[in-house]
Design a protein around this ligand. Structure first.
Ligand SMILES: C[S@@+](CC[C@H](N)C(=O)[O-])C[C@H]1O[C@@H](n2cnc3c(N)ncnc32)[C@H](O)[C@@H]1O
Length: 196
């Protein structure tokens, strides 16, 4: 159920890459590379994945190979979203899924995303965010947040990441929300597309 619903809204937002002819893609916090299967069918795609955890490189490379992405079309760089090692206006699309919960500085990361995106480029995102103020879930997230940060590698439960994306200065943002029944307190999820 969890993966089914995620796959549905990922398919929805990732279809924008083809429509916008996005051939140069940066993925921030690429992890093991679960999104690489969405790019493999484009023979012209060049993907750069960044992640501060060097352990992720071998998994991401293996996912790239499984996705049919030639290794010459995929580069893994050991780096953080707050300091992206790419030039200004250099990519057609930035992808980030379940990563702004873990970065040290959300606003700085979004500033970097905008810096590297070319004019007209797109930022595709899927992020779990804080529940509505005043709800029991929000209270639970507040209580569990310190433990979650310790156990889940710096992941924050109470970030209002959808608002941060909306305020980051993109020319427009299309944002939807989803509640994943199997994700318990790691809910809701904000997903969508922001236009540079
Ligand atoms: C929950 S995982 C998500 C991985 C992948 N994007 C996915 O959807 O499965 C979070 C990833 O963010 C990475 N990360 C943590 N801090 C980061 C930062 N400051 N900049 C970029 N990535 C970061 C972690 O190493 C990890 O691979």
């Amino acid at each position: 159920m969890f993966s089914c619903k995620v796959a549905r809204y990922k398919s929805q937002i990732f279809s924008n890459l083809k429509e916008k002819k996005a051939n140069k893609i940066l993925e921030i916090g690429i992890g093991t590379g679960p999104n690489l299967s969405y790019y493999g069918s484009n023979p012209d795609v060049q993907v750069v994945g960044i992640d501060p955890n060097p352990e992720m490189e071998k998994y991401a490379r293996s996912s790239a190979a499984s996705a049919g992405l030639p290794l010459s079309n995929f580069e893994f760089i050991h780096a953080v979203g707050e300091v992206i090692p790419l030039s200004d206006n250099s990519v057609d699309a930035v992808v980030g899924t379940l990563v702004l919960c873990s970065v040290k500085d959300v606003d700085m990361t979004l500033k970097e995303v905008r810096r590297v995106l070319r004019p007209g480029g797109v930022y595709l995102f899927v992020e779990h965010v804080a529940a509505k103020d005043g709800t029991f879930l929000r209270l639970l997230q507040k209580i569990l947040d310190p433990l979650q940060q310790t156990l889940a590698d710096g992941c924050h439960l109470s970030r209002e990441t959808g608002d941060s994306i909306t305020r980051a200065g993109f020319s427009s943002v299309e944002l939807d929300m989803a509640f994943l029944s199997n994700a318990t307190f790691v809910n809701p999820h904000a997903y969508g597309i922001a236009y540079q």
